[in-house]
Design a protein around this ligand. Structure first.
Ligand SMILES: NC(=O)C1=CN([C@@H]2O[C@H](COP(=O)(O)OP(=O)(O)OC[C@H]3O[C@@H](n4cnc5c(N)ncnc54)[C@H](O)[C@@H]3O)[C@@H](O)[C@H]2O)C=CC1
Ligand SMILES: O=C(O)C(=O)COP(=O)(O)O
Length: 540
């Protein structure tokens, strides 16, 4: 049974899906914050929210249960993604469900500013028939500047063009060809558009680059009477600069849907002439809310039930086809990570992963995570496919990845090299058949060994009789050897070799001591791996 927490008001259509879905339990608890939020999050496997809840690192403190947070909407700035990743929580959003509604709202704000609609309406219902005071401006023939030409920015552009406006756009990822296809003029900087535009609307996320994007310095450069709209995020415009701009006449109007701190009921712009404000209504249409709730609930259920990851903002996506293709490699990567950590046995400061063959052409970020989960599993409680690479890097371990497209003896293989404390070990793995993980290389020696259950690895000099002696020791302690693999340098006997035994039972300490005492044995270690077919919870 998966438990889902609904933290914000979402459309009934989303709730209906939860109601009908087998093996899903849900609760709606809105308005949570602080300790109540923290303890609630630890009772559920997944949660869905809008912009009304703030998930901070403190909200996730001590959380051992939550696996996925879904934003029914676009902006995930109310979720601490680094903290979520560290806890192994996937954060997903529904990027396109509210695009049109938000573009329509931003456009409505622009028209409302141009024609003084809110103030005129207010004046009339208060008993005044004042036509002269509310002389407006036509948008046709005017120039609109759009900062941020993503989904919403592009919808705004097409609407503005339909309203016979000229559009100038700035977005670092917009090419001249794309701009021409959309019918807008691209500029290389925001400053370049400022003296040319009559209206400005921003459609970027709030980032260190966009925070305070339009402030006092920018307003120095604008055409007097510029009307500005913000239906993206509070903080992109500097509010004090807007107040000053309105007072000085530099600005002809300001329309806001979003605020630095929400809910916002107190703002220096409220009540000023030529200001139109709405309480974060961009996505508040029946259509958008139905879409984001239905899509968000599906994302959550899919992830919890199948491991499929779509629209994640903190980890690589994993669609069902890729998940099926990669499942065997995720399993082998996890196992060679576990083996390398135990065979190394000490502190690690460098990890390099090499993908060879067909797997080299796949998105291997998730496989890196699986391998790192194996490396960390014995020292970190909650290493999983979401957080492990981050946890490895956070420990100051240098992680590198190399891809070689040519095939070796196997269609695909994964090799890890782990170094630290003056010791380096390497382990290579491959998948036989559908899902039979195999160890194919250890410390540079080619061999072929099982990669499950209890293993005994012994480095030794390849002298006659050694295998027999190791076998006899296990026999005398009643431990059955299920499989044995030996790898050595080249074909010549006598040199360094490595042996891997797959055992049917625990290794008694005395047996280990006896093997260690064999002259030719240079190092011996037992390795614990999951049993055949046993998968970590994040892969099963
Ligand atoms: N008022 C509301 O209810 C809603 C507000 N939003 C806000 O609108 C924003 C945009 O949404 P979408 O268009 O769906 O996102 P998107 O990801 O499709 O587009 C964002 C665009 O901003 C551009 N960008 C990023 N940094 C930039 C910079 N420094 N200068 C110029 N451009 C930059 C990106 O290249 C991208 O093209 C969201 O991040 C969200 O904060 C989204 C939905 C509803
Ligand atoms: O999707 C977004 O980024 C929004 O800002 C919409 O917010 P909301 O879901 O209406 O709280």
């Amino acid at each position: 049974m998966h438990r889902i927490l609904v933290l914000d008001d979402i459309a009934q259509e989303g709730i209906d899906i939860l109601e009908a879905e087998a093996n899903i339990e849900y609760e709606v608890r809105t308005g949570l914050s602080g300790e109540a939020l923290r303890s609630a999050l630890n009772e559920f496997d997944g949660a869905i929210l809008r912009s009304g809840v703030k998930i901070t690192a403190e909200s996730l403190e001590g959380n051992t249960r939550m696996r996925a947070l879904v934003r029914a909407g676009v902006g995930t700035d109310n979720i601490d993604k680094a903290a979520s990743t560290r806890r192994g929580i996937v954060v997903m959003n529904t990027p396109a469900g509210n695009t049109v509604s938000t573009a329509e709202h931003a456009f409505a704000l622009m028209l409302a500013l141009s024609r003084n609609i809110p103030a005129a309406s207010q004046s009339l219902v208060e008993g005044r028939w004042d036509r002269k005071k509310f002389m407006g401006k036509q948008v046709a023939g005017k120039t609109l500047g759009i900062v941020g030409m993503g989904r919403i920015g592009r919808e705004i552009a097409s609407r503005a063009i339909a309203f016979e406006m000229n559009v100038i756009a700035f977005d670092p990822f917009l090419t001249d060809e794309q701009a021409a296809a959309i019918g807008v003029n691209r500029v290389a900087t925001v400053d370049e558009m400022l003296p040319q535009i009559d209206y400005l609307t921003v459609h970027t996320p709030l980032t260190p680059e966009t925070k305070g994007l339009i402030g006092h310095a920018q307003l120095e450069k604008v055409k007097p009477g510029l009307r500005v709209v913000n239906a993206a995020r509070g903080g992109i415009y500097d509010i004090n600069a807007l107040v000053e701009g309105l007072n000085s006449g530099k600005l002809g109007g300001v329309a806001l849907d979003v605020y630095e701190k929400e809910p916002c009921t107190d703002n220096p712009l409220f009540g000023m002439p030529n200001v139109v404000c709405t309480p974060h209504l961009g996505a508040s249409t029946e259509e958008a809310q139905t879409q984001v709730a239905v899509e968000g609930i599906h994302l959550l259920i899919k992830y919890l039930k199948t491991g499929e990851i779509r629209h994640s903002v903190n980890v690589a996506s994993l669609d069902p086809k890729t998940l099926e293709e990669l499942r065997g490699y995720l399993n082998v990567a996890h196992r060679i990570g576990l083996l390398a950590a135990q065979w190394h046995g000490g502190g690690i400061d460098q990890v390099s992963i090499t993908y060879r063959g067909e797997i080299a052409s796949k998105d291997t970020r998730v496989v890196n995570n699986a391998l790192c989960a194996g490396l960390l599993e014995r020292i970190v409680d909650d290493a999983n496919i979401v957080n492990s690479e981050m946890l490895v890097r956070e420990r100051g371990i240098e992680l590198s990845e190399e891809k070689r497209h040519e095939k070796g003896a196997f269609s695909s293989s994964i090799t890890v090299k782990v170094s630290g404390g003056g010791r380096t070990v390497t382990a290579g793995g491959a998948v036989l058949g559908q899902n039979m993980p195999r160890l194919i290389m250890l410390d540079g020696y080619r061999l072929e060994s099982f990669l499950d259950g209890k293993l005994l690895v012994f480095a030794h000099n390849d002298v006659p009789g050694i295998i027999g002696r190791v076998g006899t020791i296990f026999g005398s302690h009643g431990v059955n050897i299920a499989q044995m693999a030996v790898g050595r340098e080249g074909n010549a006997p006598g040199g360094p070799s490595i042996g891997v035994l797959s055992l049917d039972g625990e290794v008694p300490a005395e047996a280990l001591a006896e093997i260690e005492s064999i002259d030719a044995v240079t190092r011996v270690k037992t390795i614990d791996l999951p049993a055949v077919g046993e998968m970590p919870s994040w892969l099963s």
